[in-house]
Design a protein around this ligand. Structure first.
Ligand SMILES: [Zn+2]
Length: 427
């Protein structure tokens, strides 16, 4: 394990040290933590970096203000996390952080081959306390590309803007591209014959661990016939990981973030193995994080990318650590269920629900709309067994109720999973 740690490149180690010195001086939370751990940043060696215990989501939520390193008068923008694993957490940014965010997103758009000549239509919200929407705006402005701020929803306005401004890229949540495609079909618009050549997608995985398009990705490709760039980002990381034209993993912007992949015990896993992503943000002034456990399960790919860029990449998120379901002796993550259902023709809407049974075990349900033809259950169940090794209980809801639960206007992303075991997580 130590041999991997000592391989922190010296340039990266300098950036990590700068960030550590900065939080030691300015963050109440980290100053206390370093004192408790008996760590002096000046004397720290790269191999000792793991002596820092992990920073948890719970610590970030309960001691939120103690993470802030700048006076209130310096703070410009307040945002919150998406709340995928609980209540949203506050984040704040100063001028330097907004500039870093712009530089991060400029690099991200460049990876997706956006140039000055392009016009990018943003179909995600720019407000509602959402960091990414502002990051897109700042990044495109820095890059100098054209941009259209349509915001989330409203397919009619999206299509009007596509006709009017002839954008070449869309920034979108994948499920919304399906919705937009359906609207087009119903209104005689040919999705495959527009100015759009690619979409930069956020919030939902498009590829499996072998970089092949998953069922959602395939559906979008069939509908639109455009190139799809997958990205992975979060408010806590304040950094985006984006695919290049090779589409074989999301490139890590190594001057902005340091990444480690760890197992259940917190030890580094081998490159290419699945583990939890732990991040240390670099260059952040207001709320820097040191060895923060994201809860996201990913793989790091260190083999050279076909595009020729240096550095490692991350896979799509393969699951959330906290969402592991143990059903009838089988371990399953919700995205596997979504993927198995997405292959089935005619299932456009579904919800996965896990609760605690009377005997204390996980109980797994798949909720489908009432309109699902019941005679298909005889073939759907063996399909699920083949994909998941177990068959969840299948439950039917009224279409409207299911639609409203999945596309809840209070959430930025569709809700595909309800966890009633503890605090009712939704993703
Ligand atoms: Zn590449």
């Amino acid at each position: 394990m130590e041999s991997t740690l000592t391989q922190i490149p010296s340039m990266t180690w300098e950036l990590i040290q700068q960030q550590l010195k900065y939080v030691e001086t300015n963050s109440v939370f980290y100053r206390e933590k370093f004192q408790q751990l008996g760590i002096s940043v000046d004397k720290l060696l790269p191999k000792d970096f793991t002596k820092f215990s992990i920073t948890t989501k719970e610590e970030l939520a309960t001691r939120n203000k103690d993470f802030i390193c700048v006076p209130k008068s310096e703070i410009i923008d307040y945002v919150t996390t998406s709340g995928t694993l609980g209540e949203p957490v506050t984040f704040a940014l100063n001028e330097a952080d907004l500039q870093r965010l712009a530089a991060n997103e400029e690099k991200s758009f460049q990876l997706a081959e956006v140039t000055l000549e392009d016009v990018v239509q943003i179909t995600t919200t720019l407000d509602r306390r959402f960091m990414a929407g502002m990051a897109y705006f700042l990044g495109l402005r820095k890059l100098g590309a054209g941009l259209v701020r349509v915001g989330s929803g409203v397919p009619e306005l999206q299509w009007d803007s596509i006709k009017r401004f002839q954008p070449t890229y869309l920034v979108a949540v994948p499920s919304f591209l399906i919705k937009l495609g359906k609207y087009a079909k119903d209104h005689g618009i040919d999705c495959k014959n527009t100015s759009i050549k690619a979409a930069i997608c956020i919030g939902e995985s498009l590829r499996d661990e072998n970089f092949k398009l998953n069922a959602l990705g395939k559906k979008i490709e069939e509908l639109w016939g455009i190139e799809l760039f997958s990205t992975y980002a979060s408010t806590e990381m304040s950094t985006a990981f984006t695919e290049c034209e090779a589409h074989e993993g999301n490139h890590i912007l190594e001057d902005l973030i340091y990444t480690e992949i760890v197992d259940e015990q917190g030890n580094l896993v081998k490159d290419g193995e699945v583990g939890e992503l732990v991040i240390t943000t670099l260059g952040i002034e207001t709320m820097p994080l040191v060895r923060y456990a994201t809860g996201d399960l990913v793989k790091k790919i260190t083999s050279p990318c076909k595009c020729g860029r240096q550095g490692a990449r991350l896979s799509s998120v393969l699951g959330r650590k906290k969402h592991l379901i143990k059903f009838k002796g089988t371990s399953i993550y919700p995205p596997q269920i979504t993927e198995a259902l997405a292959d089935w023709p005619g299932i456009d809407l579904h919800l996965v629900k896990v609760s605690t049974s009377e005997v204390g075990t996980d109980h797994l349900e798949v909720i489908l709309p009432n309109s699902f033809p019941k005679e298909e259950l005889a073939t759907l169940k063996p399909h699920l067994r083949a994909k998941l090794r177990v068959v969840p209980e299948i439950v039917f809801w009224e279409f409207e109720k299911l639609q409203q639960t999945v596309f809840n206007p209070k959430h930025r992303k569709p809700i595909r999973f309800i966890d009633e075991r503890t605090q009712g997580d939704k993703i």
